[in-house]
Design a protein around this ligand. Sequence first.
Ligand SMILES: Nc1ncnc2c1ncn2[C@@H]1O[C@H](COP(=O)(O)OP(=O)(O)OP(=O)(O)O)[C@@H](O)[C@H]1O
Ligand SMILES: [Mg+2]
Length: 251
Amino acid sequence: MKKILEVTDLCKTYIINKRQNNVLRNVSFSLNEGEMVAVMGPSGSGKSTLLYTVSGMDAMTAGQSVFNGKDISKLKPNDLAELRLDEMGFIFQQMYMLKNLSVLDNILLPARQSKANKLSSKEKLEYGKKLMHKLGIIEIADNDINEVSGGQLQRACICRSMINKPKMIFADEPTGALNRSSSDEVMDELCKINSEGTSIILVTHDAKVAARCSRVLYIVDGNIKGEYNNTDNDARKRERSLNNWLLEMGW
Ligand SMILES: Nc1ncnc2c1ncn2[C@@H]1O[C@H](COP(=O)(O)OP(=O)(O)OP(=O)(O)O)[C@@H](O)[C@H]1O
Ligand SMILES: [Mg+2]
C-alpha cells in the first residue's frame, strides 16, 4: 500500500512567557492512500496542532512529515504553499470564508489561485457548481457568506476543500457545529469523496463520526495513546465496539 502521509517523531513546542508547552511529543503514524482516519482525544490534547503541523500550516519543532513522497519541513515556503493549494484540501472551522465574495466565488478561490489547475475559467466555474450540486447547496451559490446556515457553510467548506481535486483532506471537527442530521449528511459526503479516492484525516469529538472512519487514533497529552481499527461491517456494531474502546481509553 502506498503511503500518502508518513509522520515520524513529530514534536511541537510552544513557548509562551518563557514557559515551554510541549504540545506534541514524538508522534508517529502513517496513512495509506485512500484511508479515512479519525483523531480523537480530550480537549487540549493537541489534535488541531497535529493537523496544522503535519500539513505544514504551522512549523514543527522536530521530526518529519512526508506527504505524497515530499518532506514538508524541507520544502521552500513557496513550494509548500503550492503543495497545500494543489494536493491538500482543508476544512477548518476557524478558516472563515471571505465576506465580500459569494459562496461560489469563495469555493472557486483556490482554483483561481492555483497554477497547477489547468482547467479554463469556465471549466473551473462548471466544476465549482458541480460540487455545489453534489453537496446539495447549489441554490446558495450567489448568496453572501453571511446569508447561509452553519450546515450550508460547512458544505461550502467541503466544496472549497475539493476544488483542486486534492490527494488528501485535513478536516478539524468538520461536523462540530452541526446537528445530528446535518452531521450525518456531511459525513455521507466525506465518505463518498473518500470512496472516490481522496484520503481523509479528520478530528472529531463525535464517536458516531469516528465510527465511519477505517481507523481511530486517540491522542492524550500530545501522544498517540491508542489506535483502533473499525473492522465490523455493521454500523451499529462498529459504533458499539468503538464506544467500548473509547471508554477503555478514558474518553
Ligand atoms: N498558537 C498557539 N500558541 C500557543 N499555544 C497553543 C497554540 N495553539 C495551541 N496551543 C496550545 O496547545 C495545546 C493543544 O491545543 P490544540 O488546539 O491542538 O488542542 P485540541 O486537542 O485541538 O483541543 P480541542 O479539542 O479543544 O480543539 C493547548 O494547550 C493550547 O493551549
Ligand atoms: Mg482542536
